[in-house]
Design a protein around this ligand. Structure first.
Ligand SMILES: *[C@@H]1O[C@H](CO)[C@@H](O)[C@H](O)[C@H]1NC(C)=O
Ligand SMILES: *[C@@H]1O[C@H](CO)[C@@H](O)[C@H](O)[C@H]1NC(C)=O
Ligand SMILES: *[C@@H]1O[C@H](CO)[C@@H](O)[C@H](O)[C@H]1NC(C)=O
Ligand SMILES: *[C@@H]1O[C@H](CO)[C@@H](O)[C@H](O)[C@H]1NC(C)=O
Ligand SMILES: *[C@@H]1O[C@H](CO)[C@@H](O)[C@H](O)[C@H]1NC(C)=O
Ligand SMILES: *[C@@H]1O[C@H](CO)[C@@H](O)[C@H](O)[C@H]1NC(C)=O
Length: 623
């Protein structure tokens, strides 16, 4: 198979994974039982007991059964959970519907889990009782028109509902509430399995809430489901139903909305073939892109109008205003001089394109990093404003935090949190240090960078294209959590436009998408390209476009070639000793999807994030 076909196939495979319709089935990987064994008979009996159990037993929205496997020293446990507001009858029928699916999809696996829109069922040879399980995670969402009122309503619900659900009764840890968002009502449900303690439930929902904040808080509806808890939300005129309908139909607002009806949860007919589901994805993509454009234009008009009304302020006035809004500190130049020992070489952490970075220590012991922008560069003002205006308001654990600034005469200083472990390139490309980066750490870094990029693209108030994502711009804290830094080259894209051209190309060779390197076109997709290069570098421990003797090593061709020949072992850094090879392979696949030449074929950061989080891909693989 030639590379484009292969990549297309991969793309389709992932697209259908993201577009996974309910029920979503995850077969366990702990082991298989033998066909026609007592394990199988016990399992069949337990699962079919759902339809024969008196429905009143489902009145607390869960089903619980276990039985010893005869002839083996094992016990089989089955657990089902329905949405807390379901009545007993609906709960039983929801669970019964999917019980048969799991036997079909996971014929021999010793454990499995199935998520449907409103219920979850799982079985295993290990007891679930009192154990918080947050994997596999199922995330889905439908894009929305962003508004401040919606944002505020979501925030309120995400902040408060978890505690309420966790504090529920011992048999029903469930809470739901609605918040008004302009003309709409946002309704949210949170629920845990009843075996968890209040604290455990809180922890489980906390994981879900964090996921939503990271990926989809601006979504009109969505779901996060893990084995031990679930969060569903939606607006009343667009109750989020299934990811196969991410785009709302033309609004047919019900005159008097009541609680979301169970009928709404009838599954859509299963897709007939690939083309069908691909089309759904295409429609989703096209529609959400046009929605984005509409938002961009609206924001642009608003901003223009604002600008016309206000007399232009001086840079300093503007910066100080932004800073104070964002709670940032203005430092005295003399303080910085003292803290950095007058920018001594021993305090120098590095030299970037726009200036040197020093480490500083305040009298109270607090450490920080300070970037002193090169003077006499015409770009200094632009760079300074860019960082301040773009980053001041962005607070995310995977973005390096700007603490303050200093403006004095021609000096322009930016003060950041100090991130102790230097940058990622110092680890992955170092023959000795890379051995300390096992796969778990590398995976955590990939996930963190994906979260940070997703935040920049989708969640930040304005939408930001980084333009210079690379290993040396990923800083690592003391726990090796990644923090994306260096926003000097970043551009707002929702204010500018989703695609832009620039005559000055500022990225780093090797990480730049072809359309950006050659024509200066940049977009969120050029960031996705850089992300793909970064992922492949992390997995392989090799630099892209790195000169070895007289030969330019092109990592992307190298990885693609080995991928085609199925010599995966050649790709993976030998110092990774890991047994989670499926996770590694998945990261390689995602990396390859991101570095496709055709920018339209590259996934968005949201898709990347969902792919990295979903374990179900193997199920959708067409053989
Ligand atoms: C469940 O099955 C797996 C695979 O056969 C086995 O390794 C594990 O020990 C079993 N767990 C229990 C609690 O019996
Ligand atoms: C378990 O069974 C599944 C499906 O029948 C199969 O794909 C998988 O390779 C088996 N796993 C093991 C470890 O035998
Ligand atoms: C299991 O039982 C079914 C039906 O009795 C039979 O068709 C099948 O061949 C059996 N499989 C094995 C591996 O014995
Ligand atoms: C988004 O805005 C468009 C145009 O204003 C409107 O037609 C559509 O109903 C809105 N969608 C939602 C989910 O509010
Ligand atoms: C919103 O929630 C309140 C309190 O739970 C409830 O009384 C009310 O009926 C809900 N509104 C709608 C439209 O469902
Ligand atoms: C479910 O059953 C198991 C074992 O039969 C038991 O330990 C557990 O407490 C039950 N859970 C609930 C919520 O009833």
């Amino acid at each position: 198979m030639d590379p484009p076909t292969l990549l297309l196939l991969l793309l389709l495979m992932f697209a259908s994974a993201i577009n996974a319709q309910f029920p979503a089935t995850y077969c366990g990987s702990t082991g298989n039982f033998t066909a026609n064994s007592t394990y199988q008979t016990t399992l069949t009996t337990l699962l079919s007991s759902i339809s024969t159990t008196n429905y009143l037993s489902f009145s607390y929205s869960f089903f619980n059964a276990s039985a010893p496997v005869s002839g083996a020293s094992e016990t089989l446990y089955v657990f089902g959970l329905c949405r807390g507001d379901f009545n007993a009858k609906d709960c039983r029928s929801c669970l019964d519907d999917i019980a048969s699916d799991m036997r079909r999809v996971c014929p021999l696996q010793k454990e499995a889990i199935v998520y449907k829109g409103n219920c979850i069922i799982r079985y295993s040879n290990a007891s679930f009782s009192g154990v918080v399980a947050t994997k596999p995670m199922y995330v889905a969402g439908a894009p929305a028109n962003f508004s401040d009122t919606f944002d505020a309503a979501m925030r309120k619900l995400l902040n408060s509902l978890g505690a309420e659900a966790a504090g529920g009764s011992s048999l029903k840890k469930y809470a739901s509430r609605n918040e008004s968002a302009g003309a709409d009502l946002v309704n949210m449900f949170m629920q845990c399995t009843p075996d968890l303690t209040e604290q455990q439930c809180s922890n489980c929902l906390g994981t879900g809430v964090q996921t939503i904040r990271d990926c989809c808080a601006a979504y009109a509806g969505g779901r996060v489901m893990v084995p031990s808890c679930l969060i569903l939300w939606g607006t009343y005129h667009n109750f989020f139903d299934s990811v196969s309908h991410p785009i709302p139909p033309p609004p047919t607002r019900a005159p008097a909305p009541t609680s979301p009806s169970h009928e709404a949860d009838v599954l859509p007919p299963p897709p007939v073939g690939k083309s069908n589901s691909t089309r759904t994805v295409m429609i989703a993509v096209v529609t959400s892109v046009s929605a984005l454009l509409v938002i961009a234009v609206v924001v642009l008009l608003k901003v223009k109008r604002k600008k016309e009304q206000q007399p232009r302020q001086s840079v300093e006035g503007e910066v100080v205003q932004e800073m104070s809004k964002a709670d940032l500190q203005q430092f005295d130049f003399s303080t910085i001089i003292a803290a950095t020992d007058n920018f001594s070489d021993s305090n120098k952490l590095g030299q970037g394109g726009f200036g040197a970075v020093y480490m500083g220590k305040l009298p109270n012991g607090r450490e920080f990093a300070v970037k002193r922008l090169s003077q006499n560069s015409s770009e200094m003002e632009v760079e300074f404003r860019n960082e301040v205006m773009l980053i001041a308001k962005q607070q995310h654990r995977n973005l390096v935090r700007l603490l303050g600034f200093c403006l004095e005469g021609v000096e322009r200083l930016l003060i950041y949190e100090f991130v102790p472990n230097s940058s990622l390139d110092k680890f992955i490309f170092d023959p000795e240090k890379r051995a300390n980066l096992n796969w778990d750490k590398r995976h955590k870094i990939i996930m963190g960078v994906a979260r940070g990029m997703l935040y920049l693209h989708e969640e930040s108030q304005v939408g930001i294209i980084h333009r210079d994502l690379k290993a040396s711009n990923i800083l690592l804290d003391s726990d090796m959590n990644p923090k994306i830094s260096d926003f000097g080259t970043a551009r707002l894209f929702k204010l500018d436009q989703t695609h832009a051209e620039t005559s000055r190309i500022v990225g780093t060779y090797g990480y730049m998408a072809p359309e950006y390197a050659m024509k200066g076109n940049f977009s969120v997709k050029s960031d996705v390209y850089s992300f793909g290069v970064l992922v492949l570098e992390i997995v392989s421990g090799r630099r892209n476009n790195h000169r070895i003797g007289n030969v330019m090593e092109d990592l992307i061709s190298y990885v693609s070639k080995n991928w085609r020949e199925r010599s995966i072992a050649n790709i993976i850094d030998p110092s990774i000793n890991s047994c989670s090879s499926t996770e590694i392979v998945r990261c390689i696949e995602i990396g390859l999807l991101c570095v496709q030449e055709n920018e339209a074929s590259r996934p968005t950061m949201l898709s990347v994030f969902l792919m990295l989080n979903s374990q179900s891909v193997a199920l959708q693989v067409p053989s």
